[in-house]
Design a protein around this ligand. Structure first.
Ligand code: GLN
Length: 502
């Protein structure tokens, strides 16, 4: 008998649409897998059991009435808990929103459900998506299914772990500086951040408005194409969503790419990169060359890593990202004040200012406080020019680096993160060390580009190795085709952890 949870989203959708598996059986199989596996991982903050079963019966009813419920008919999915849903809670893994119920549903989620997907529940993240490990979550960290002593990456760590452990068929995450791609790499799944503006941000609790984008995490590239097509498109409720046609990604994912030009980013292959990951990139380059692609070296000078005489590393991209992201965060998070949203202090207060400050002191965790304070500092009179304005200039230069690179190549190939998944607690007390781990993902957000993270193999120690493909704006189709081509040629796809030891 087929194990339903082993099927890809495309296979499951086909089986449900053909009547071979019922949507109810699929939802039951996943809910049972969640009961069995999630207590060991904590990928979910909340499971919407009854609603999932009702929606699944509805899909079955529509199928038996001869309707076609959509390209994701009956596929059980998970949602990062910073995507608003008019059912259940939307907590952002923060104490300040612990009981928050949104009055509306995010456009990306609504589109996924309109396509027939069944929402299983909400997944854990770093508080307000600020972090790289899920360790800043107020509900505690998610553990990596490949090794429960390690982090799953972040901030969409719950979604990545859930896909990897087979406790959802696919998931949505958000990516402000790598939060889809890096956890996908740490958990051995595929993660896709589309171009800024491709997917509506309406109903995504904002972290950095100019950087955030919603995207899928899935078992393989075809599944990613399916979800990307479902959630993309213009939304009048988000003025930054682009009114452009959405190509049929699933239909074209198989089309071979003739004469693809691939650029390997010189600055990404420094000695701060794990040897195993470097090797995965070299062999991916060879795979592409054997498929007829032209592989050459390109340069992104502003994404370089500098090392001083004492061995300390720094990067323009990391400095620029953390100034921009924190400035936007400090302004966006001003709304959590105990009046508009969420938790309000139970202490007696003298005035509104004390109400705000006590509420925020109680409700926010340390990392969020650090960012709100640093962001407020860089935006304040006297420092604005030195920090925020300077960062905006560097952002422009980073953008220009990419424009130049894409004059000569179609796709850039590089790592997702400098290391494989590290141990829980290993970087938790060293924010700078943690921020430097975002070095290969954040330039993509600063330039508004799409980036695809795919498994490039497994390390000697048995942990997944992520590789990244980056393209110009709106090159989703090319990236998905290039990712699919690699999966087919290398045979590296649908990696599954051995959960017996967890
Ligand atoms: N790790 C990065 C940060 O902490 C990226 C987070 C994200 O993409 N949401 O800001």
């Amino acid at each position: 008998m087929t194990d339903i949870t082993e099927l890809s989203a495309v296979e499951l959708r086909d089986a449900i649409t053909a009547g071979d598996i019922s949507a109810v059986a699929a939802a039951e199989a996943y809910l049972e897998a969640i009961d069995r596996i999630d207590p060991r991982l904590h990928a979910y903050n909340e499971v919407h059991r009854d609603r999932a079963m009702e929606r699944a019966s509805d899909i079955d009813r529509r199928l038996s009435a001869g309707e076609r419920p959509g390209p994701l008919a009956g596929v059980p999915v998970a949602l990062k808990d910073n995507l608003c849903t008019a059912y259940g809670r939307t907590t952002c893994s923060s104490a300040i929103l612990a009981d928050y119920r949104s009055p509306f549903t995010a456009t990306a989620v609504r589109k996924l459900e309109d396509a027939g997907a069944i929402v299983l529940g909400k997944t854990n993240l770093d508080e307000f998506a600020m972090g790289s490990t899920t360790e800043t979550s107020a509900t505690g960290p998610t553990l990596n299914p490949w090794d429960t002593g390690r982090v799953p990456g972040g901030s969409s760590g719950g979604s990545a772990a859930a896909v990897s452990a087979g406790i959802c068929a696919a998931a949505l995450g958000s990516d402000t500086g790598g939060s889809i791609r890096q956890p996908a790499a740490f958990c051995g799944v595929v993660g896709f951040r589309p171009t800024y503006g491709r997917v509506s941000r309406y109903g995504v609790v904002t972290y950095g408005s100019s950087l955030d984008q919603v995207g899928p995490l899935a078992r393989d590239v075809s599944d990613c194409a399916l979800l990307t097509a479902a959630i993309s498109g213009h939304d009048p409720a988000d003025s930054t969503s682009v009114p452009a046609d959405v190509p049929d990604y699933p239909a074209t994912v198989d089309t071979p790419l003739e004469n693809l030009k691939i650029g390997v980013v010189r600055e990404f292959l420094s000695d701060s990169l794990d040897a195993d990951i470097r090797q995965a990139i070299d062999s991916a380059a060879e795979t592409y060359a054997s498929l007829g692609a032209e592989v050459r070296e390109v340069s992104l000078p502003y994404s370089a890593i500098d090392r001083d005489d004492e061995g300390n590393i720094s990067s323009h991209a990391v400095a620029c990202y953390y100034i921009v992201a924190m400035a936007e965060a400090s302004s966006n998070l001003a709304r959590f004040d105990g009046v508009h949203f969420g938790h309000r202090t139970a202490e007696r207060v003298r005035d509104i200012v004390e109400l705000y400050s006590r509420t925020r002191a109680e409700g926010f965790g340390d990392e969020v406080k650090r960012r709100v304070m640093l962001g407020t500092y860089t935006l304040s009179a006297g420092y604005y020019d030195a920090y925020y304005n300077k960062a905006m200039k560097v952002r422009r230069l980073i953008h220009r680096d990419f424009e130049r690179a894409f004059e000569t190549v179609d796709v850039l190939l590089g790592p997702v993160a400098p290391t494989v998944a590290y141990r829980l607690g290993e970087k938790a007390d060293n924010p700078l060390q943690m921020y430097l781990g975002d070095i290969y993902t954040i330039s993509v957000n600063l330039a508004g580009l799409p980036g695809l993270s795919i498994p490039g193999g497994v390390s000697k120690a048995g942990l997944p190795l992520g590789i990244q493909l980056i393209g110009p704006v709106f090159s989703e189709q090319t990236l998905l085709r290039a990712g699919h081509m690699f999966e087919q040629a290398s045979g590296i796809r649908r990696l599954r952890p051995d959960l017996a030891g967890t």
